[in-house]
Design a protein around this ligand. Structure first.
Ligand SMILES: [Zn+2]
Length: 81
C-alpha cells in the first residue's frame, strides 16, 4: 500500500523559457534556471530560487507543526455530532 504524499502538487524543474517569478515580478527566471513549481488549479505557478527557499522553509515549519499530531485548537464539536 502506498503512503499518501501531501506534496504531490510541488516539484522542481528547469524553466523552458525566461519569465518572471510569480511571487515578485522583479525576480527574473532565465531559461534553464531551476524553479519551484506549485500546482494552481489547472496550471502551475513557478517561483525563483530565493522565493522557493522561503516557500520550502515555510513548508518545513508547517510539517514540523503537524508531525506531533497535536490539534491546533480544542474541538468544539461534540463527539458523535
Ligand atoms: Zn522570486
Amino acid at each position: 500500500m502506498a503512503v499518501r504524499s501531501i506534496l504531490v502538487q510541488v516539484g522542481v524543474d528547469h524553466a523552458g523559457k525566461a519569465h518572471n517569478c510569480q511571487a515578485n515580478a522583479k525576480h527574473r527566471i532565465e531559461k534553464g534556471d531551476l524553479r519551484l513549481k506549485i500546482r494552481n488549479g489547472m496550471g502551475w505557478d513557478h517561483y525563483c530560487k530565493s522565493c522557493a527557499n522561503q516557500i520550502v522553509a515555510k513548508a518545513f515549519q508547517r510539517l514540523r507543526e503537524l508531525e506531533p499530531m497535536t490539534p491546533t485548537e480544542p474541538s468544539s464539536v461534540p463527539l458523535g455530532a
